[in-house]
Design a protein around this ligand. Sequence first.
Ligand SMILES: [Fe+2]
Ligand SMILES: [Fe+2]
Length: 400
Amino acid sequence: MNPETLLRILPATVRSRVEPYFEALEVMTEVHNPRVMASLGPSSVRGLVFQRGKQGQPTRIPATHSAYFDWTYPSDQPEMLELYRRAKEGQWNGETYLDWGTHVDPLNPEVPVIPDYFINFETLEEYGIKLDARERARFRADMLSWMLSQFLHGEQGALFAAAQVTEAVQFFDGKLYGATQVVDEARHVEVFHRYLDTKLEKVYQINDNLFVIIDALMSDSRWDMKFLGMQIMVEGLALGAFGTLYKLTKEPLLKELLRNVIQDEARHVHYGVIALREHITQELSDKERREREDWAFEVAILMRNRFRAYEIYEEWFEGRLSRKQWQHVVDTAPGLVEFRHVMFERLVPNLREIGLLSDRIQAHYDRVGLLKYMKGRAAHEVTGDEMLAQLDSEIGRHAA
Ligand SMILES: [Fe+2]
Ligand SMILES: [Fe+2]
């Protein structure tokens, strides 16, 4: 019997328990490259089936990369040295730089934390769920807490990944730069956690799909896979997400927080692009490059299709909506559609730039509707300032 048919005949309460297992299976059957399956499969089981990130206790992920020492201290990568210089000058103190005295009321309709149209409540009504104005405001506040919580968990992953790649990378200038990124990520953990804890007063657990990605790249011993996973995929998508939220929110403290984080993240993705560009296009064999290409595609799909706020679903609608219906609600939510659009607009050109968009894989991106972003500007062509100026002009256009 095919899984869809089996799911339809199960009672709703059993179905919502079983569906995550089918999603885990789907992850593994969508992957056609056996080496990619070997890398993502065990992480999918740990994340989607055992929900290791949600057990209420610390998770230990063994890491087996080797630290690369160079006792000659070469000046070997001028672009990374320039990023190191900019990063030192761009440091800011999360404790004093932001106005933590700002009063934040996530339910105040005068200062919406995310706009009314973020979720299309009519879609929920079609499924028989009607929320009054107060519930809608609470729902939007929860959506924001959920998104920021996922940013926070991603930042914890970025903090450890930045430390690992600083050890493992073979450019000495990259190591100096990497140290600044470790500090940047610590600051991001600090400010996102403080905002969630003291302003929204609600922190969500890590989404299972995000756990899968973090688990896979932390446990991979190859430095370039860590780079690809964290600096290009997770950070590239986060940068798009931060930009969208920066544009959408009217809450001044969050906006200022994001403005500063975006400046840092623009450097991080830029670093990822320059570290990988040469390595992938000149040093890897065809077979190794194909594996990275397939891995990146699968992770992109994981991010696109599966970052679906199931934690919100379980809290608000489990037993009243099926997971499929919820998928439809989030897939058509205008705010989330915009998130996905901006995220991939940032990510796809970076994949092109580092040599992971061959004609062979372009056909797959085309099939899932992502090839339209192919011609955009990659991270090394856009600074944080330019990115913010563009976002500010778009906010101006929305307001006009
Ligand atoms: Fe970060
Ligand atoms: Fe980062």
